[in-house]
Ligand binder design. Structure first.
Ligand SMILES: [Ca+2]
Length: 177
């Protein structure tokens, strides 16, 4: 291969990475196209949510007894990238602070298990740098949240290709580059 072609390739990679670096995709949990009981949509619940939110109410049960309960969201990714998943959640307590998550048909991962309770807050995945990040190709994808513990609430989802970005309050839904 000619040197000029190699340089062009390197430039293209750098350019693509730079473009993906700032991408943020924010979704309202309540726009899920599949909401399976005991996951429910709550429209007038805990204050401070961005519109409605999804909830697995306290006391409705969780695996292995209750295996149902999920939400499936679809979204478009504008360019290939490595993403951090942020979710704006409200946990009831230490036995009510997680979901399992799944990107497309990839392996299921544990989401949450932090120790911030009874307040809306953002939680990320992966937490550790040793965990493989979420690699997303340009195009359509689905994100599934499943029942793991009851007493959990999900308000917004934000996929960010900017590692330094930390959401603080309610985010504007949609795509930002
Ligand atoms: Ca919401």
């Amino acid at each position: 291969m000619k040197k000029s072609m190699l340089l062009a390739g390197a430039f293209l990679c750098a350019f693509t990475a730079a473009r993906a670096a700032g991408v943020k995709i924010c979704l309202e949990a309540e726009t899920a196209e599949v909401i399976e009981a005991p996951m429910v949509l709550v429209t007038n619940g805990i204050e401070g949510a961005s519109g409605a939110y999804l909830e697995i109410p306290e006391g409705v049960g969780n695996p292995p007894k209750v295996t149902n309960g999920k939400a499936v969201l679809s979204f478009e990714v504008p360019s290939d990238g490595v993403f951090t998943l942020w979710c704006r959640v409200w946990w009831e307590g230490e036995c009510s602070n997680s979901f399992t998550g799944q990107l497309d048909d990839d392996p299921v991962f544990l989401f949450g298990e932090d120790a911030t309770y009874k307040v809306w807050h953002w939680v990320k995945y992966p937490v550790a740098r040793t965990t493989a990040p979420l690699r997303l190709s340009k195009g359509s994808h689905t994100l599934t949240f499943r029942n793991r513990e009851d007493g959990v609430r999900l308000d917004q989802i934000l996929l960010s290709a900017d590692r330094r970005f930390v959401p603080v309050d309610i985010e504007a839904p949609g795509l930002r580059k």
